[in-house]
Design a protein around this ligand. Structure first.
Ligand code: ADP
Ligand code: 5GP
Length: 210
């Protein structure tokens, strides 16, 4: 049967300035996602956990030595230094999921996203924008997870981060949360509706089934 032709999962890369709502959108996406269809990659980071963050859920919290070991052993699909800390995407887990036909979301910043774009051109790159700088400031302050100094630094980087938008395939303005989530879901669906090798294989099967 045509349905048995297995397609590889798709890699979706989500970036945007701190406070735009990437994490919120990703957790909304995962709420009603089928784990056999979509998963969120959990990064490693050397930054300290925030209140309410758990190891293995939000990040794998590791020290600099462990990070360096992972990097040296080619265990990371990409990595970057962000706001003074190291972050990276564990490689093998992503590859295994994609090979099993499961879509993978990476929520990563722009330097890492550019590296993924080079090594994995089949990826789909989505940029999350805040509706305004005033709203970005309100959100990042309202989140209450960073010191004032860290908030100011993150805000100071926002415009130069947004300048990377032309490297992305899609832009989603996160005004109303449910609308932004629907838009990301629509992008995922649209990407799965493209005419690909998988569709050609299906058509070959139609001929065999006839
Ligand atoms: P990021 O992951 O991009 O740094 P978060 O997902 O942590 O951003 O969101 C930053 C803050 O803004 C959080 O307190 C979150 O609850 C809030 N937030 C996210 N999306 C919206 C939205 N559409 N409307 C209002 N507040 C939002
Ligand atoms: P936060 O400290 O707010 O959780 O994340 C800071 C920034 O690091 C965000 O822009 C987030 O997308 C990015 N980030 C999280 N994990 C990774 C990763 O594995 N690789 C890269 N390059 N960036 C990441």
């Amino acid at each position: 049967m045509a349905e048995e032709v297995k397609s590889r999962g798709k890699l979706f890369v989500i970036s945007g300035p701190s406070g735009a709502g990437k994490g919120t959108i990703c957790s909304e996406l995962m709420k009603d996602a089928d784990p056999a269809e979509l998963c969120l990659s959990i990064s490693v980071t050397t930054r300290a956990p925030r209140a309410g963050e758990h190891d293995g859920v939000h990040y794998y919290f590791i020290n600099e030595e462990e990070f360096e070991q992972l990097r040296a052993n080619d265990g990371l699909l990409e990595f970057a230094e962000v706001y003074g800390h190291h972050y990276g995407t564990p490689k093998q887990k992503v590859i295994d999921k994609l090979n099993a036909g499961i879509d993978v979301i990476l929520e990563i910043e722009m330097q890492g996203a550019l590296k993924v774009r080079k090594t994995y051109p089949g990826g789909v790159f989505i940029f999350i924008l805040p509706p305004s700088m005033a709203e970005l400031r309100k959100r990042i302050t309202g989140r209450g997870t960073e010191t004032q100094e860290a908030i100011d630094y993150r805000l100071s980087q926002a415009l130069s981060e947004i300048a990377y938008i032309d490297k992305y395939d899609y832009a989603v303005v996160n005004g109303k949360l449910d609308e932004a989530v629907d838009r990301v879901k629509a992008i995922i669906k649209a990407e799965h509706s493209k005419v690909t090798e998988y569709i050609y294989k299906m058509i070959e099967q139609y001929k065999e089934d006839e």
